[in-house]
Design a protein around this ligand. Sequence first.
Ligand code: M6R
Length: 614
Amino acid sequence: MCGIVGYIGKQEAFPILIKGLHRLEYRGYDSAGVALVNDNKELNVYKTKGRVADLEEFVKNKDISGTIGIAHTRWATHGEPNNVNAHPHYSQSENLALIHNGIIENYSTIKEELINKGYSFQSDTDTEVLVQLIEYIKETNKTDLFTAVQLALGEIVGAYAIAVLEKGNTDTIIAARKSSPLVIGIGEDELFVASDASPIVDYTNKVLYLDDEEIAIVKRGEEPIIRTIGNVKKSHKIVELEVNLSQLEKGGYPHFMLKEIIEQPRTLKDCMSGRINISCDNVVLSGILDNKEKFMNARRIIILGCGTSWHAGLIGEYLFEDICRIPVEVEYSSEFRYRHPVIYKDDIVIAISQSGETADTLAAIELAKEAGAFVFGICNVVGSSIPRNTHSGAYTHVGPEIGVASTKAFTAQVMVLNMMALAIGRAKGSITEDRFQHLIKELGRIPEKVEHILKDTSKIENLSKIFTYAHNFIYLGRGYNCPVAMEGALKLKEISYIHAEGYPAAEMKHGPIALIDNEMPVVVIATHNSMYEKIISNIQEIKARNGKVIAVVTENDCKMCNIADQIIEVPASEECLEPLLTIIPLQLLSYYIAVNKGRDVDMPRNLAKSVTVE
Ligand code: M6R
């Protein structure tokens, strides 16, 4: 949700801010804006509906000079995406400009109070209320900007990452965060603030992360000063970024999503690296080793996540019950946090999140911690909020995922869950040593099998052309491949805007079968595993109603060639590892269909990569 970037240094700020906004555009992209203080100490704000490219167009022939500035790319929460609601927002006197990521929940009460005091508002946003409140406090208390921000944030209920600029001040940005990420970059004679490291990495690899309810004075030529809202002084370690530039660029691919799909053989290797040894006979996850007793004695595992991460969690349920014999519940974070769940002290809660910033998952984690459960995070973004707020965890190590549709993060989440299940199962003795050795070797072979699927994508590209103009899709799978069907359907709908349902194949006859006619494509994951005969019966039921079956099958499955209308082959594997293979063609199918339809694959409508509001 919303991207924030700020710069103070010796260079002109505008080009750096624009480059930063392009990097952050995956977070939200319905409008964009910038505020700069020029050498005459004037504060200029330019903003427009649309993409960052529209902002570049909009500022032509305008004064964009200045070596200090803040910029924003928006994902609308309050107020439709238009020029007025875009950030930055001026205060009434136009002496302050503010950008914000998050939601101010009590904005309407504050707005009413400020209107009664003579303030008028231009936009429908919650953000404008905050900048007006800061100005009101600054003027009535005759205080400096930092103190005014501190006092104003004390009155705010909700989530925020903000950056504020002041007319007449060419040296200072005030930045603060609560429940929305904010990082400060420390370069040679230059300082940055940003929602994540992507706009900073071109200039420095030294950063510090603000914690909740902290405010920073980011001042030219000085180390950032950090205090809490309650005015307690804080100091943070400067850490080195692990991200490199090539990870943030398309590297010749037309879209980040395609690059990220194709990268999966390597990202899966990276995910296993240092955890599965070369001879593939052991798995070492420090987060499990350090807490072995807790995992061995867990009464139950509760897995939390949203969207794709929730689908990975469903695969985790099959794995932990199958391999570790521990009962598992998989919960949508957003439901779990509000339904007064029963949580035991000997429960293990596993929170899965690519971004590590998903607001619902963060809140569900807090609830589980308050109830005394041990919380383990599976995240991709190093240093994000979830790894910092869980007791232990494992990173997926796939590098930045920029495409809004999650692909390589999903397979790595499933890989981590596999490694966890094997480590716990072996420690508990719930899996025989022979089976452990067999599975771990098979896991080691997964990257080359994914590579094999990706070697020639032309068949799926051609297939996509036949089905591009379908209005609906059904995806079916059983067992380990049931969550894969749901994930395949999610991928298709989010980037192509085609309605798609993912279902357990046997559930079809309890309702969705009514939808099947000769115009309905049904993608069935029908690999050669313990459910094979059952799924063939499900396919026959579809064919009997003239549905068009696209089957994902195990290589050389001649029987299926005669039943399905179209087949996509994947190499044979152990059943519990199949999701790592069967999801790949489904990612490609949705990608090509979306491209055929001319969709903006990396920035699909209404979505954002990191969902920091509930
Ligand atoms: O960062 P997270 O994994 O916590 O994000 C959860 C969902 O918002 C995310 O998976 C979303 O569903 C993706 N757009 C799916 O492709």
